[in-house]
Ligand binder design. Structure first.
Ligand code: MLT
Length: 204
């Protein structure tokens, strides 16, 4: 499998050094610009690091391959997760960043969950918006209390409720400190997602 840890990305330096830097991970069909407005709302003044997924599915960028909707190519996911971890470590050094807080949506939330499980200690925390279980057999932490906010949509046609509950259980089992909320929403983000992420980031 040939992938590279050099991602096309957008980097925005902090204007408020008290804010933790954010790692923004877009959904299928998005790019490095998609979540910049979300980052600016949930953590005004924070440094923003926003890579573009390296896989193309019918022209749509993603962070890893899937075999069908919700069915992941786990070997590809493992390799892409490791590449993204290497990119994050490089970017942290290059820009002198503290550990990042991931804010991931959909496919981006799924690779953020994979980063937590495969690279415990890399992220300061993660807000997972409409995430699913990334690995059938998850590596078991140790996440040592890493804060995770998992926001699911009660009317989400892509992520079944039992799947997001299983992810919460998996992350808790690996030692993360998980807050899981079911919102009256579908797969798309709502205003409530933004306020909850903003409050959660402010409390980190
Ligand atoms: C995925 O493939 O990561 C999930 O099905 C979410 C999506 O991107 O549609």
């Amino acid at each position: 499998m040939s992938t590279t840890s050099d991602f096309i990305h957008h980097y925005e330096p902090a204007t408020d050094a008290t804010r933790p830097p954010l790692l923004l991970l877009h959904g299928t069909g998005g790019d490095e610009t998609d979540l910049l407005p979300v980052g600016r709302i949930v953590a005004p003044g924070a440094a923003l690091l926003s890579p573009r997924g390296q896989v193309l599915e019918r022209g749509m960028p993603r962070f890893f391959r899937r075999l069908a909707e919700g069915v992941f190519d786990e070997a590809d996911l493992r390799a892409r997760t490791d590449d993204l971890a290497a990119f994050i470590r490089d970017a942290q050094q290059r820009h002198g960043l503290a550990p990042l807080v991931a804010v991931g949506f959909s496919n981006g939330a799924n690779i953020a969950a994979a980063l937590l499980l495969r690279h415990p200690g890399l992220l300061r925390g993660a807000a997972l918006l409409r995430a699913m279980v990334p690995f059938a057999d998850a590596p078991a932490g140790p996440l040592k209390g890493t804060p995770v906010l998992l926001l699911s949509g009660l009317m989400d046609p892509i992520v079944p409720a039992e799947n997001s509950r299983a992810l919460a259980t998996q992350l808790q089992g690996a030692g993360a400190s998980v807050t899981h909320r079911d919102l009256p929403a579908g797969h798309g983000l709502s205003q409530q997602d933004l306020s909850l992420v903003r409050d959660w980031v402010a409390a980190l």
